[in-house]
Design a protein around this ligand. Structure first.
Ligand code: HEC
Ligand code: HEC
Length: 351
């Protein structure tokens, strides 16, 4: 514990020195890790909301896999993609993970493995489906959530059909994972139990998830995933009011993000629109405990946009609709509380 505090103090000191003397140094991997990764993977990489980043695992993956994973993340899952970090910053995080764990990367070639996915599917059903689920995402009844997930973990098995994973892991690396398993999280080793040819078949089957399109669950006609409110103020004042209200309610605000695409078609001509992202980590943590598939940013966003006629609108997620996508009653109670927070904030802002 003491050690931990000393490290934090050191970090803060180093940050201060940097500011005070304007040192233009190479990016600090540890500081970046603390800032961007530790909330989910924990300070020492023990894992929490994110999977453990332990020595045995790091020794079995390449730096290229780590870099791609950081960049792309796992779209649709909790792991964000860090497109905003520079290449030098991503490299610094990887270097920090290597130095801290004292591991050297395993390098894998790009040659595809030509197993038989049809045989692979049969093997998958026998050996893997109980944890990874029929579609590889670890979801569903009697799959990873209940069987393989360690009670001390908040996450289910990584999704092996996720396009972020498949884009980051070459066939040879998938082969290694299947051979040696993942000691830290109960994923069994297949080497010795299955033949080399069988492992190849499994790799080809996992690769075939690439063509799998997750079903889009569309909403009923009258259900909208958002609430829309009109603001009596101009755009800039509304943005300031939202931030002040959020800060007053003890939320941490993340940097502004201009919306890449229009959220809703009806407001097609938006010259000015902004998403204010915020979070209360306790609430977030509670939600992820119940439903790890919830993205971090999903519920914590207020979008402010200005229509062509000057009317400013506030758009907030309709959590009751979103919670239905996850089909989880436990969430509803928690989300009712967050919904109330949204209403309080909107009241304060539009008063
Ligand atoms: C007892 C449950 C369990 C079984 C059985 C199991 N896995 Fe896993 N698997 C996991 C867990 C948990 C993880 C995440 C472990 C981690 O990264 O810490 C995982 C991770 C993986 C990964 C790496 C994913 C990533 O993002 O790093 C691959 C690939 C994989 N499993 C394939 C398979 C295949 C193929 C089989 C069948 C031969 C199989 N697993 C059987 C639980 C299981
Ligand atoms: C908001 C939580 C969150 C943050 C922040 C986060 N991760 Fe993750 N990370 C996850 C989750 C959850 C997974 C498992 C992906 C899945 O569900 O399929 C994961 C997976 C990973 C994996 C793949 C592990 C494996 O078994 O192959 C790596 C590597 C990783 N994260 C590194 C990082 C790094 C480095 C950062 C900071 C730059 C970071 N993560 C930030 C939640 C997070």
């Amino acid at each position: 514990m003491m050690f931990y505090w000393i490290r934090i103090v050191t970090l803060i000191t180093v940050a201060w020195l940097g500011v005070a003397f304007n040192i233009a140094a190479a990016p600090d991997g540890q500081a970046l890790y603390v800032e961007h990764c530790s909330a989910c993977h924990r300070m020492q990489g023990q894992g929490g909301i994110g999977l453990p980043l332990v020595n045995t695992k790091l020794a079995d993956v390449s730096d290229d896999y780590l870099r791609k994973t950081i960049r792309i993340g796992r779209p649709g899952r909790v792991m964000p993609g860090f497109q905003r970090l520079s290449d030098a910053q991503v490299d610094a995080v990887v270097k920090f993970l290597r130095e801290r764990s004292g591991t050297v990367e395993s390098v894998f070639g790009d040659e595809p493995i030509a197993g038989d996915p049809v045989k692979g599917e049969v093997l998958y059903q026998e050996h893997c489906i109980r944890c990874h689920g029929a579609d590889g995402s670890g979801e569903g009844k009697g799959t990873g959530v209940t069987l393989s997930r360690e009670r001390s973990f908040l996450v289910m098995p990584a999704s092996i059909s996720n396009k972020g994973f498949l884009a980051s892991a070459p066939d040879q690396m998938i082969r290694r994972v299947i051979e040696v398993g993942r000691k830290s999280s109960g994923m069994p080793a297949s080497k010795g139990k299955l033949s080399d040819a069988e492992i190849d078949d499994l790799v080809s089957y996992v690769r075939s998830f690439e063509g799998y399109a997750h079903e889009d669950r569309s909403l009923e006609e009258d259900e909208k995933p958002t609430h829309v409110y009109e603001s009596p103020y101009d755009f800039d004042t509304t943005v300031d009011n939202v931030k002040a209200a959020l800060t007053g309610a003890n939320f941490r605000i993340f940097p502004d993000r201009l919306l890449e695409q229009g959220l809703i078609d009806e407001f097609s001509v938006n010259t000015r629109q902004i998403g204010v992202r915020f979070c209360n980590f306790n609430v977030l943590y509670g939600m992820l405990k119940i439903e790890p598939r919830l993205g971090v940013v999903l519920p914590c966003r207020i979008t402010i946009l200005e229509r062509e006629d000057g009317q400013v609108l506030l758009v907030v997620p309709n959590l009751r609709v979103v919670s239905r996508w996850f089909n989880n009653d436990e969430l509803v109670g928690l989300w009712d509380r967050i919904e109330q927070t949204f209403i309080d904030i909107i009241d304060e802002v539009t008063l």
